[in-house]
Design a protein around this ligand. Structure first.
Ligand code: RBZ
Ligand code: NIO
Length: 379
């Protein structure tokens, strides 16, 4: 599934981009006055292969959740169980991502791709659902399916393994495990797009996951561990110094080759990072834009770009995370984030806040009058 998906990722459509540039020049506004929205609208036309491109409606955020063996190195103050507990919160609608998703009108799909704590949700079946109509929406499927409440958050059970191994001791994943996670992400993208999603948004949950994110950024961009590593959930000075050394030690142990993205993900990645790389590849192959969240997302985007350089054309950087590794990754990808609010939460929150900007960029091409049609004089 990985290889055909990578092979399906093609360059942007030049004719559609030329049409979008030409249309931008005829709309009733000074040329260039919409700043970054103009090249974004042109790129999305090139991605869709048509001008105007479809409105990015029926937005879907996919939150990939996983745990991390490197948690044992004391890289975060939070207990590992919080990953599973937050999944319960996502399904109950109580997390920040749920609030922003409701505001944006986006669906929320949580994917357990590698949580270590057994989830305290029972796989739903229609009979159980009917008996408990107000219980949390749960699914038992390794693909996205329609839950009893089609508008509520849903869970996809696709656990590859119960957390990664400690990357300072051994490779976090085998190549087969990394591939299984990437292919889960591709499948989730396929299912969400088949369900009608016009744009995918990346989300993540995994206590400790800013540490593998930093290692991925260093491996793919070549920046030093200190430049790639941030304070995550807010670690103290001692923990931060240890975290930098953990990233440095993992890179020294594995010497990951950036030309072998599956090898990098296996050595120092996380299951949610690998699945996010797959989601991005799946979206790019189907020529649907993917709106990136914070440092976990952009570290996964580096892997996706290493698999398929043209996948970058499908990526929109939602925001600039406060994590320094995010800035290093965005620079490497050549992406400018749409908003910069000092967020450092993850879950998909920054991507959701940026969604109206993307929609606005496209809606302009659909709705704004031309100088000709509106009878407005040109300069
Ligand atoms: C309550 C809570 C909710 C979160 N939502 C996202 N994260 C974010 O913080 C974690 C990464 O930070 P670190 O590497 O420092 O552990 C991930 O779970 C990420 O999704 C959360 C973290 C916590 C504690
Ligand atoms: O940038 C992020 O996504 C992020 C930052 C800190 C903690 N968790 C996620």
């Amino acid at each position: 599934m990985l290889e055909p998906t990578v092979a399906a990722i093609r360059p942007l459509d030049e004719a559609a981009m030329a049409a979008a540039r030409e249309l931008q020049g005829r709309l009733t506004k000074p040329a260039g006055s919409l700043g970054a929205l103009e090249p974004l609208s042109v790129r999305l036309a090139g991605l869709a292969g048509t001008c105007p491109p479809p409105l990015p409606d029926r937005a879907a955020v996919a939150i990939f959740a996983g745990d991390h063996g490197v948690h044992a190195q004391g890289v975060t103050p939070w207990p590992q169980e919080v990953t599973a507990q937050m999944i319960g919160n996502f399904l109950a609608g109580g997390a920040v991502v749920n609030t922003f998703a409701r505001q944006a009108g986006a669906s929320v799909t949580v994917v357990d791709v590698g949580v270590a704590t057994p989830l305290s949700v029972t796989p739903a079946d229609p009979a159980a659902r009917a008996a408990d109509p107000v219980g949390p929406p749960v699914l038992s499927a390794d693909v996205v399916a329609t839950p009893a409440d089609p508008d509520g958050p849903r869970l996809v059970m696709a656990n590859v393994r119960a957390g990664t191994r400690d990357m300072t001791v051994t490779a976090a994943l085998t190549r087969d495990e990394a591939r299984a996670a990437v292919e889960t992400g591709i499948r989730v993208a396929d299912e969400l797009i088949a369900d009608g999603a016009g744009i995918l948004l990346t989300g993540d949950m995994g206590i400790g996951n800013t540490t593998p994110a930093a290692a991925l950024v260093a491996a793919f961009t070549g920046v030093d561990a200190a430049e790639a590593t941030g304070r995550g959930t807010g670690v103290d000075d001692g923990t931060y110094a240890r975290k930098v050394e953990v990233v440095r030690a993992a890179l020294a142990r594995h010497a990951p080759d950036p030309a072998d993205p599956l090898g990098v993900l296996a050595a120092v990645g996380g299951l949610e990072h690998a699945a996010l790389a797959g989601l991005i590849l799946g979206a790019a192959a189907r020529r649907v834009p993917v709106l990136l969240d914070g440092v976990i997302a952009v570290s996964a985007a580096l892997a996706a770009a290493a698999f398929a350089p043209d996948a970058v054309d499908a990526m929109v950087a939602g925001h600039r995370s406060a994590e320094p590794g995010a800035t290093a990754a965005l620079r490497h990808l050549g992406l400018d984030p749409l908003i910069d609010l000092g967020l450092r939460l993850g879950e998909g929150t920054g991507a959701l806040l940026a969604l109206p900007v993307v929609t606005g960029a496209v809606r302009v091409l659909h709705e704004v009058a031309t100088f000709d049609s509106a009878g407005v004089a040109e300069k």
